[in-house]
Ligand binder design. Structure first.
Ligand code: HEM
Length: 144
């Protein structure tokens, strides 16, 4: 492993959060995210048959803001992520946990397209950091 990869968890979270903050300046960021998501798994389109994408693109950015604040001590972000995980669980939108893999990969690709300071190790940091909240989403799948 190169020296570059020897970072603490907090350093990786900061790197990835800053990369996301730069990326969302791209007006097409959310659009790119959904294009990648549906390319990676076209079946996921079925969940969005009645979705207004102008609204959903804003919802995604709000959700990502919560997701990146969830790593800190922000109680509201923790509350929102718990709420969103329940919205997506078996009794709600019923997003099976295996789908979160594609969500994480679509995020990597959208950030790759959008962050002007993107560099190759970022994708490893991204996967590593985002796997924690995505595991949390999965853990709530059966929770009432
Ligand atoms: C592959 C995984 C996922 C799928 C298929 C999915 C699908 C959906 C669908 C179908 C909706 C409802 C759209 C509508 O109103 O018509 C929704 C809402 C939403 N999703 Fe996801 N989702 C996924 C993962 C996530 C994750 C990990 C987040 C975390 C940020 C997230 C954030 C949101 C937000 C913020 C909303 C708006 C609902 C609200 O605020 O109550 N989604 N999602």
């Amino acid at each position: 492993m190169s020296e570059e990869r020897k970072k603490t968890w907090d350093q990786k979270v900061d790197l990835v959060r800053n990369s996301y903050l730069r990326s969302k300046n791209n007006q097409n960021f959310a659009k790119l995210f959904y294009n990648h998501l549906f390319f990676l798994n076209p079946k996921l389109k079925d969940y969005f048959k009645n979705t207004d994408f102008n609204h959903q693109e804003r919802a995604l950015i709000n959700g990502l803001d919560f997701l990146f604040d969830y790593f800190g001590k922000d109680e509201n972000a923790k509350h929102q992520i718990l709420r969103l995980a329940k919205v997506h669980n078996i009794d709600g939108l019923n997003i099976h946990p295996h789908f979160y893999y594609y969500w994480g990969e679509a995020l990597v690709l959208a950030i790759k397209d959008s962050d002007p300071q993107y560099y190759s190790d970022m994708e490893y940091y991204l996967r590593e950091v985002v796997s924690y909240p995505l595991s949390f989403f999965s853990s709530q799948y059966f929770v009432k």
